[in-house]
Design a protein around this ligand. Structure first.
Ligand code: AMP
Length: 518
């Protein structure tokens, strides 16, 4: 199919041609005509599928006629992180270059003044993270009753980060007769209920089974001892043809240590994590995209949605704590049809985490031996580690066929529930209420997703909160919102019972992989 068959206007088609796209991706093929017909869309699609263009391209055409009024944006796109919001705004600039649409980006970590000025002039496209949008709404800088098109992107990530109550509040301020486009990489029951509450007879599109790594990514796993990890990484960086790479760590403390260590060994390396001030995050990412920095040691803040053209490698210096994160991390490479390579370093203590990943992706990750380093052995999935060394690796990073080194088998089992897939209890990360900024420095050595506290029941939370002084509750709410960070996600709804949870879940459609009219 050609872009010209989708019903897009000539100026948008010209911008697509300038960008060099020859064919729409499957999600674009299905979503664009439907969005142009002003229907709601429920898209189950990961980043890397071209989903951003599937909503930005038709929105440009829809918004081309009409004019924005002061403080009354005509469309709203919610993104879970500042980086994703910035990326979507770049898409609007690229595809909307022959139009005169005005756009504002409302993200935390930047001053209000410029953002407010833009709103005052009137914007056609408003791209925002939920916390900053609510702040500006509460200050009276923005009205949402002229929104014609509303997009929720990465809804499952919003859920992970505890943004759902904020989103419900935002939706309650929107006009009822709007068009809603809702995208999520996965479709767990909470997300489906939310979609049911927000959408009207949507076209449902599912372009890839959730959590499947792209075929364009070649994966490998090296099982080493903890003390050998840095050496193993350096070896891979030297023997692989690395043009540019993300190197993922689980702990902020380790990001700094690894960055310094690589610098000492002469690598051109930067760092990216959620505790950095926004200007530094943006600057580092920009320098990386421009090729001034070739390696970026990062937290999962870089794992979702960040689009760096032609990233050659991803290294998991640490095995991610949840298997979904593995898929998102390695999905930074092998994008838009290019080939990519993803290596993971595991120690015997990571046995359970590796098992959860192989079960999720339904395949084993080929093992490699690292030249000059002893290959370790997997422990038992119950957490006990056998811990014996298994001799030195052969030359280079070659696939290791020795069967004992294999991770626990994946492939046949159903995907484990989240709880089971995570780390053993004592080392499980927290997704807790976010800290106030000042507390951060003392927390540098915690895992990026810190220890999870036992969750209070909803009833207990309600009763506790009703006894709390109102001042404290307001302060808590402000705190949650002020910190529009995306690095310390919160699971669930805290003490808020969102209205959509009270609705009954609609049964899932029987066919996952096809397009359905809902
Ligand atoms: P997304 O899933 O929106 O993050 O897009 C992933 C990447 O695919 C981005 O780098 C886009 O520029 C690129 N892309 C989007 N649509 C197309 C297309 N039709 N042909 C080639 N590349 C595309």
């Amino acid at each position: 199919m050609l872009f010209s068959e989708l019903g897009l206007g000539p100026d948008v088609l010209r911008a697509i041609e300038d960008k060099g796209y020859t064919q729409p991706t499957p999600i674009q093929e299905q979503a664009i005509p439907c969005v142009l017909q002003r229907r709601d869309v429920l898209g189950c699609a990961q980043t890397g599928t071209g989903k951003t263009a599937s909503f930005t391209l038709p929105m440009i055409d829809i918004l081309a006629s009409g004019r924005a009024r002061a403080r009354m944006p005509r469309s709203l796109i919610l993104e879970p992180t500042r980086e994703l919001a910035a990326q979507v705004s770049e898409s609007f600039e690229t595809y909307g270059k022959y139009h005169k649409l005005s756009m504002a980006l409302l993200i935390g970590g930047e001053t209000f003044t410029e953002q407010v000025k833009k709103l005052d002039r009137g914007v056609d496209v408003l791209i925002a993270t939920p916390g900053r949008l609510i702040d500006l709404f509460e200050r009276g800088n923005i009205m949402l009753n002229d929104i014609k098109v509303f997009v929720i992107d990465e809804a499952d990530r919003m859920l992970d980060m505890g943004f759902i109550p904020d989103i419900e509040r935002i939706v309650s301020k929107l006009p009822k007769n709007r068009q809603t486009l809702f995208f999520s990489a996965t479709m767990p029951p909470e997300i489906r209920r939310l979609a049911d509450a927000f959408l009207t007879q949507p076209l449902e599109i599912s372009v890839a089974p959730p959590a499947s790594p792209a075929e364009t990514v070649t994966q490998a796993l090296a099982l080493v001892h903890e003390m050998d990890k840095r050496k193993a990484l350096r070896h891979l960086l030297q023997t692989e043809d690395v043009k540019n790479a993300f190197i993922f760590c689980n702990r902020k403390r380790d990001i700094a240590v690894l960055q310094k260590s690589l610098e000492r060994h002469g690598f051109n390396v930067g760092a990216l994590h959620g505790d950095m001030v926004q200007s530094k995050r943006t600057e580092t990412l920009e320098r990386f995209k421009q090729g001034e920095i070739s390696l970026l040691v990062c937290s999962d803040v870089a794992a979702r949605g960040i689009d760096v053209q032609g990233l050659s490698h991803v290294f998991n210096f640490d095995v991610p704590l949840t298997p979904d994160d593995y898929v998102h991390r390695i999905g930074r490479t092998g994008r838009a049809g290019k080939q990519g390579r993803a290596f993971m370093l595991a120690t015997p203590d990571d046995t359970k985490l590796v098992g959860a990943i192989t079960r999720l992706i339904k395949r084993e990750i080929p093992m490699i031996a690292i030249d000059g380093l002893e290959t370790a052995e997997f422990g038992e999935e119950d957490g006990s580690s056998r811990g014996r060394g298994r001799g030195r690796g052969g030359r280079g990073a070659k696939p290791d066929s020795r069967s004992e080194a294999r991770p626990p088998r994946g492939g046949r089992e159903e995907r484990p529930p989240r709880e089971e897939a995570a780390a053993p209890r004592e080392e499980r990360p927290v997704r807790e209420e976010r800290p106030v900024r000042e507390e951060r420095s003392a927390r540098d050595d915690r895992p990026v997703r810190e220890e999870r506290q036992p969750r209070e029941s909803l009833a207990a939370a309600e009763s506790r909160r009703s006894n709390e002084p109102r001042r404290d509750r307001d302060r808590d709410r402000r705190r949650r919102r002020d910190d529009d960070d995306d690095d310390v996600p919160v699971i669930g709804f805290g003490d808020h019972m969102p209205a959509f949870m009270l609705r009954s879940a609609r049964p899932r459609p029987s066919s996952e992989a096809s397009t359905e009219e809902g």
